[in-house]
Ligand binder design. Structure first.
Ligand SMILES: [Cu+2]
Length: 450
């Protein structure tokens, strides 16, 4: 199947056996996903209707109705996840992938969630932001005992409010979350006319520290991660957010890393309409173009997609839009690196000085990198290398996109007269900045030792 067919057939695949299933002890089937492509929204087959979400490079967990109860089956287990095409990580996750599948249900539903533990150690699931009985809260040792390896526990509660929530372990969580265990939990409003949108995207911000050429995250890392991911995926292999011109769009973002992420979207202003605490009343919203997502929090924002184009969406911390970078590098900005570069290249032909030709060099020259890693920055656009990695994607707003179509429409063609261009005429007179010239001239006598 090509990509478009796969996206269209995504929801159907889950019921046809293309994904492995297990059935035992009357538990609901545990659907398993074996790839990292974005699955089309999973329309509810039973129970109240709602407009399902789309999890970028992810999927929604199917459920079954058992009487009046919506039953899900989560399996905590070691998984192999392609963080990018050609880079596999050995993570822990749920039902075949990290991040875990998105759970979707409706305000007023009673849910029963079976959690089977196939990890080598105990785990629990905490339902972040949901209002539920204390004993269902998933804090190991506090709410209930940890789920031992090989055992299945049942969580059961009523969904008393709609909104944007998440789930993750509250057991050995430094290890288990560093290994990729987390997912989104979306509760749709009972009233389908409340805050309706045409497209509803889910992004979980997470991070890993995986040395180039290796497969397993370092779980002791506190802040110096080298892979900043959305739903355990990095640019250039994070799928675009495909949007039809005129659509009302919601983007829900959760943060389970150990630092904040200012998520910036180009081309639009928008309003935060929901947090993990609930919906924001219209009179309490204010306009933004970047939203800081605090650690352990969720924000959803909405906009009307009235501006066609390819619009960048990214974390505004520039080190978070890079892959697998080292930080222990001397600073040579302003120095004339030509002679030095020549000398170093005699020994290491791939050496690339920073601040000389931009990171695009790396993409252009396709520097040799170890097996099983991704370049710091790559990604090709219609006009050359994009010089990005990590937490970056593109919102593609186009006319004529069908309601259920999330396949990549390709690059936007800027209409004539709407693209920046090279000036070849006469320039107005500029006063030169002598101080700046002095600073940029190398002065060996004052060069700092690094
Ligand atoms: Cu960030």
């Amino acid at each position: 199947m090509n990509r478009r067919q796969l996206l269209t057939a995504g929801a159907g695949l889950m019921a046809t056996g293309a994904m492995a299933k297990t059935q035992n002890m009357g538990l609901p089937e545990a659907a398993v996903m074996d790839g990292a492509s974005t699955q089309a929204p999973l329309r509810p087959q039973s129970g109240p209707d709602y407009n399902p979400v789309v999890t970028l490079n992810g999927w929604t967990l199917p459920y079954r109705m058992n009487g009046n109860v919506k039953e899900f089956h989560l399996v905590a287990e070691p998984v192999e996840r392609e963080l990018a095409d050609g880079m596999t990580a050995y993570l822990w996750g749920y039902n075949g992938q990290s991040t875990g599948p998105t759970i979707e249900a409706v305000e007023g539903d009673r849910v029963r969630i079976f959690v089977t533990n196939k990890l080598p150690e105990h785990t629990t699931v905490h339902w972040h932001g949901l209002i539920l009985p204390s004993g269902m809260d998933g804090v190991g040792g506090l709410s209930h005992p940890g789920i031992p390896p090989g055992k299945t526990f049942v969580y059961e509660f009523d969904l008393v409010k709609s909104g944007t929530f998440m789930y993750h372990p509250h057991a050995d969580e430094m290890v288990q979350m560093a290994m990729g265990m987390m997912g989104m939990f979306i509760v749709h409003p009972k009233d389908p006319t409340f805050m309706p949108v045409d497209r509803d995207f889910c992004i979980m911000l997470n991070a890993f520290d995986i040395d180039p050429g290796t497969y397993i995250p370092r779980v002791m890392t506190m802040t110096e991660f080298n892979l900043w991911t959305w739903n355990s995926r990095v640019f250039p292999d994070i799928d675009p957010l495909v949007v039809g011109l005129g659509d009302r769009v919601r983007v829900r973002v959760g943060n389970l890393t150990m630092t904040n992420h200012p998520i910036h979207m180009h081309g639009y202003d928008f309003e935060v309409t929901c947090t993990d605490g609930g919906w924001v009343p219209p009179e309490a919203r204010w306009p933004e173009v970047s939203i800081d997502i605090p650690v352990g929090a969720m924000r959803a924002y909405e906009f009307d997609a009235v501006h066609p184009g390819d619009w960048a969406i990214h974390c505004h911390k520039s080190h978070h839009t890079m892959n697998a970078m080292g930080h222990d590098v001397p600073n040579f900005i302003g120095a004339d690196k030509r002679a030095l570069t020549g000398m170093i290249r005699k020994h290491q032909p791939e050496y690339m000085p920073m601040g000389t030709a931009g990171m695009a060099d790396m993409a252009v020259m396709s520097m040799e990198i170890p097996d099983n890693t991704v370049p710091m920055m790559t990604g090709w656009g219609p006009h050359g290398p994009i010089e990005m990695g990590g937490m970056f994607s593109v919102v593609k707003v186009r006319e004529g996109i069908e309601a259920n179509d999330y396949s990549d429409p390709g690059w936007y063609e800027n209409p004539p007269g709407t693209e920046a261009y090279e000036w070849t005429g006469e320039l107005p007179e500029f006063t030169s900045n002598e101080k700046a010239q002095t600073i940029l001239t190398p002065r060996p006598d004052t060069a700092r030792k690094s």
